[in-house]
Design a binder for this molecule. Structure first.
Ligand code: AMP
Ligand code: MG
Ligand code: MG
Length: 308
């Protein structure tokens, strides 16, 4: 076996460090107190200084170390930027990454990285800090194959414990940074949006007969609930999320044995040319759940409503 690290191993490992640095920026902006909020497409679609600065740092750093990859970030005015603070990728202890043989010879030109520098911005502005994540998703041949989720405020309600943690995973490899847990067997728990609900979103949830519905912010946070065994599924029958919201969570969830698709159970494409919007919603399930059986429970009229 060669001791030389593969591109994917270096990219995931660097993304862990870069996501940690982005998390520090997010915490610093919050500490300063002036969030610099601007409205994007609509009232509930916000951007803060933390979103802008974290993206600038992530994109500039990835560009510096991996100049030939394609990077698509949520805060699009900074795409391709080299003006941000460059993270020293040797600053953190390297993490263990398992890369399956079929991903050992990827070259930079094949890679598309989807970046959500701060997922859960509404919740960040409202002080629901455990809903906030930094998402770096890696796609090759249109498929989400690896991802990093950083939770800058993990443990913030447990002072004395280490603040923040980072999870990484490669599809066909393993998940690092956390212990994967199974959801309870005696009740069915669904996670969904707290700020983008609609009658269609609620109809889809009712159709899967949950015992409990967790209305929380962020795609990253909802997939974390599946990995932690706190929910069985993430059901969102609405076109609001984008590829940067789902790429990293999908790759890590799949590495853990779960699934993430559109609400019909069809795969999401992650090539650079793919539409940014997940127009047919999101359906994700924890490991051991029957994903397609859940997709089949979503009423046809809900699915028809989402046809672009
Ligand atoms: P939520 O589950 O509502 O927290 O949304 C998960 C991710 O999708 C967040 O990044 C949201 O900003 C984004 N999102 C969901 N619905 C919409 C929408 N209607 N407009 C803009 N962004 C949305
Ligand atoms: Mg987001
Ligand atoms: Mg965001």
């Amino acid at each position: 076996m060669s001791s030389q690290k593969s591109l994917l191993e270096r990219l995931v490992s660097s993304s862990v460090t870069i996501a940690n640095a982005a998390g520090e920026i997010i915490c610093d902006v919050m500490k300063k107190g002036d969030l610099g909020i601007v409205q994007k497409e609509h009232l509930k679609d916000l951007q803060t200084e933390a979103d802008r600065e974290a993206q600038l740092c992530i994109v500039s750093s990835l560009n510096k170390y991996f100049p030939n990859i394609t990077i698509i970030g949520e805060e699009d005015e900074t795409v391709g930027s080299t003006g941000g603070k460059i993270v020293d990728i040797s600053r953190d202890t390297p993490v263990n990454i398992t890369v399956p043989d079929n991903y050992c010879n990827i070259n930079e030109k094949e890679v598309v990285v989807w970046v959500d520098p701060l997922d859960g911005t509404s919740e960040y502005t409202q002080g629901l800090l455990d809903h906030v994540t930094v998402l770096i998703g890696i796609a090759v041949n249109g498929k989400a194959i690896a991802g990093v989720i950083h939770q800058p405020y993990f443990n913030y309600k447990n002072p004395g414990n280490k603040l923040g943690r980072t999870i990484w995973g490669v599809v066909g490899g393993v998940v690092g940074g956390m212990e994967i847990k199974s959801p309870p067997v005696d009740r069915y728990i669904v996670a969904t949006t707290r700020s983008h609900a609609s009658s269609t979103v609620n109809e889809a949830i009712s159709s899967v007969s949950p015992d409990e519905v967790l209305r929380v912010g962020g795609s990253g946070h909802k997939v974390m609930l599946l990995l932690e065994g706190l929910a069985h599924s993430y059901v969102f029958a609405s076109p609001g999320t984008k590829k940067w919201d789902t790429c990293a969570p999908q790759a890590i969830l799949e590495a853990a044995g779960g699934s993430l698709t559109d609400i019909c159970g069809e795969i999401l494409p992650y090539a650079a040319s793919a539409p940014h919007r997940n127009s047919k919603g999101v359906l994700a399930t924890a490991a051991g759940q029957d994903h397609l059986a859940l997709a089949a429970k979503i009423p046809q009229q809900v699915k028809d409503n989402l046809i672009p």
